[in-house]
Design a binder for this molecule. Sequence first.
Ligand code: GLY
Length: 392
Amino acid sequence: MPCFFIFFLSCKSRDFNLDEMEFAGEQLKTAFEEIEKVRLNYPELVSPRSLRADTLFLVKPRDWTSGFFAGNLWWMYEATGEDFWKQKAMEFTAPLESIKNYRGTHDLGFMIYNSFGKGFQLTGNKEYHAVMLDAADALISRFDERVGAIRSWDHNRDKWQFPVIIDNMMNLEFLFWATKATGDSSYYKVADAHAETTLANHFRADFSSYHVIDYDTLTGEVRNKHTHQGYAHESAWSRGQAWGLYGYVMCYRETGKVKYLEMAERIAKLMLDHPNMPEDLVPYWDYDAPDIPYAPRDASAAAIMASAMLELDGYLPGNDHYYRRTAIQVLDNLTSSYRSDLGANKGFILDHSTGHLPGEHEVDVPLVYADYYYLEALHRKHEVRFTSENKF
Ligand code: GLY
């Protein structure tokens, strides 16, 4: 590595709160040991997702969460500049190449952009670039002109014809990147159309969002407004609100459309001003959970929200940095009260997230994507400006 680059990285690493990053590094080293033990018997599993019955739960490349652990390692490399983290990040990124042509999911943004994409941003590796372009093609193959959106899931065909979930907003960033990388506007058009369709159909009058909108494949009309992971069809599932917020902040960055920024602000207000938002700003798993204040929290929703608000704040000059200050408060609360004990939880950084309460799994547990957005938000705390150009 050239000297000037080492100098740049070491200057950069001083910006981070070392305690937080050192803690994350120690946890990730514990994770390596735990992963190795599981993989002795299950070598086809590539990436940690959560704990189930106190056992480390690893996934195959096709799981929607497969890219986050590699992403966490890339965050560590970005923060420290240490070759150790680069080698580890490359090791956990490599097995995901097998999904580059997989057309069975809308989650290729999470899976490929957060792993290969972060790696490409930091190393310029041309092989990563090629994998990303294949995966972007696989992702746009799920776009339907009549609906004007990317199909999210293929399961539950008896219930939904063409389900689109609010989470899908997160995968659009990958498509905006693909247009910048190739000069081909098709990816941008698909991403923007999807964001427009979601804006039109996913939100209620109070700007909370439905989880699943089911479209008619013949007419493109809305058939049903449902939930899958939330408490009820008409409730506000917390992580869904956070995905929507993050998605519209990002879509504003990539398109400059003010209506996306306005929607992001409305969602942010809904989340923060909601009467059921706890004082520490780490939401219950659903804003309408019937057992509040005893309902489980979702630290992943808090981490996603904090990361999104740090970017949102940069687009609202003269707002006395309300969103930035709030996001930092959320991060401080996550650090002080939601972190794993050092060496515990098989190496996950944060505890107390909820993945799928109605499905009766991943309730009040660590989740790898909570860690990913927590690390991203710690990183963003030090990056004041966002433009389409300074994103990879
Ligand atoms: N994207 C799936 C979830 O948020 O649980």
